[in-house]
Design a protein around this ligand. Structure first.
Ligand SMILES: *[C@@H]1O[C@H](CO)[C@@H](O)[C@H](O)[C@H]1NC(C)=O
Length: 199
């Protein structure tokens, strides 16, 4: 089992535990939550979570991710946004480490793939700097800057994906880029809600 899988395990377990809860998601396929049925028997969750994810492009995974944090039950909007940024940073770090290890530990996978992974290594190093900057901006309530840095982090991952395409290596990273972009996009959506709710 690789690190990203292990990292996502709590999320997946959280999903399983919540199968009878509001959203009715029961499993994850390829890292993307699948909504099986709506089963609204009770709603013990923080209503702010729905609000936080209201404008998210990947609304279902946004809600699931936030619900997977025990602290989210009592969190205000700022805390929810932080939890999302923090977990996005963790995911990015896991991916950056994975790419770095893959480059170091493995024999050449062919020049196309090697080049693509080298590009992705650079892009994820950059993306991690954007995440750091985002968190600094976040704590000084500079949500516009968070927007700028997170948008750049998304571009980093997209650029990595482009390199993989060029190197005929789209499968090498599995769904890692997609997951990271999804997390960045969701985190940004929550920050934008926070920015609007600020007096
Ligand atoms: C941020 O994420 C890391 C890694 O998942 C975790 O160990 C840490 O507790 C989180 N920080 C907060 C304040 O929740």
């Amino acid at each position: 089992m690789d690190r990203v899988f292990l990292m996502l395990l709590p999320l997946m377990l959280g999903v399983i535990l919540q199968q009878n809860v509001a959203m009715g998601y029961i499993h994850i396929r390829g890292g993307v939550p699948i909504k099986m049925q709506v089963n609204n028997k009770f709603e013990p969750n923080n209503p702010l979570i729905e609000k936080a994810c209201a404008n998210a492009k990947h609304k279902e995974s946004c809600i699931l991710t936030l619900k997977s944090f025990p602290e989210s039950k009592t969190a205000d909007m700022k805390k929810l946004a932080f939890l999302f940024l923090n977990t996005t940073k963790s995911l990015g770090l896991e991916i950056a480490t994975w790419v770095g290890d893959k480059l170091e530990d493995q024999e050449s996978m062919g020049p196309g793939i090697d080049q693509a992974l080298t590009d992705c290594n650079d892009q994820y190093t950059d993306a991690m700097a954007q995440l750091e900057d985002s968190l600094v901006a976040f704590f000084s309530n500079s949500y516009k800057d968070v927007n700028t840095w997170m948008t750049t982090a998304i571009k980093n991952a997209e650029s990595c994906e482009e390199s993989l395409k060029k190197g005929n290596a789209v499968d090498v990273m599995g769904n890692r880029n997609k997951m990271f972009v999804q997390h960045c996009s969701n985190a940004l959506a929550v920050v934008n809600v926070l920015a609007q709710t600020k007096p």
